[in-house]
Design a protein around this ligand. Sequence first.
Ligand code: ADE
Ligand code: ZN
Length: 343
Amino acid sequence: MTHDPDAPFEIEEIAPQLRAMPKVELHLHLEGGAPPTFIRGLAREKNVDLREIFTEDGGYAYRDFEHFLSVYEAACSVLTGPEEFYRLVRAVLAESASHGVVYSETFLSPDFCGKCDLSAWREYLAAIEEAATEAERDDGITLRGIVTCIRHFGPDQAKKSAMCAAETAGDFITGFGMAGAEDMGEQKDFVWSFDAAREAGLRLTSHAGEWRGPEEVRAAIRDLGVERIGHGVRGSTDAQLVEDIAEAGITLECCPGSNVFLGVSGSLADHPIAQLRSKGVNVTVSTDDPPFFHTDMNAEFLNLAKTFRWDVDVFRELNQNALAAAFCDEPTRTRIAKELETA
Ligand code: ADE
Ligand code: ZN
């Protein structure tokens, strides 16, 4: 339900409910969730000079998306082993849980975890899973991993990621995806990797339609066979595509705050999430790389409520959309559904 446009809308009336609401997040890059203080602390421990990637007040400093990707990779350079990833997972999940997230799917990149060497990847993954188990016990948040290849590292490197994913597919690693620079190559260049992941039983998603237009979203669905799209918002200009996505039940992992911060959308009011939802598309809300975009799940919910005058029921629907599209097993989905209901 959306409020009568002429009725007064007081965000403070629903803000406490939105903050207290348990939330499901499907699109979070683990390294992109690293608080800048965490990366600065590691740099100090390791005597690495990373001053150029921080602003004077301690945030991440970058000019545009291309520069964002290189700052992101510079931050990753101090995540040198499984112990660093253990600490990263604890920090990121504690932060997400503090904003009400009870279930999170994060993108994990074997490229940053032992450079796609399978035995190194297994060690990193063991540390990540140990941290996830402890976060579930201490912070009440459940984590599942989507192994992610990086588009601008090219299709051959992506194959190595896909092999890491296929070899470790199971209860924890449940998906495979692609992130990185959308202007490099084509979705179809990665067919081998996505086929290998699918054959290993992994569920599929790919970043598309964050920077390029509708044809990129079509290509991800047609060529890679994904069931979810990372962002997809630039597909919204094509009415036939929007109808097809709604009909096929493809879920869009929308990250409105990220899109506004990076200039994909001029403002939140211009963001197509409300229009896509009104056309029957399964839209969901996530933060992408929260400290880079000065956001969190509470901020996303509150800003959407203010901008589109959405009431609490809309956010319940968004959580349900996310849970239905989550890449977890059915017992986990049922357990999280109970948490959403009983809150
Ligand atoms: N990696 C981390 N954040 C990303 C984004 N917003 N788009 C593509 N790749 C990313
Ligand atoms: Zn992303």
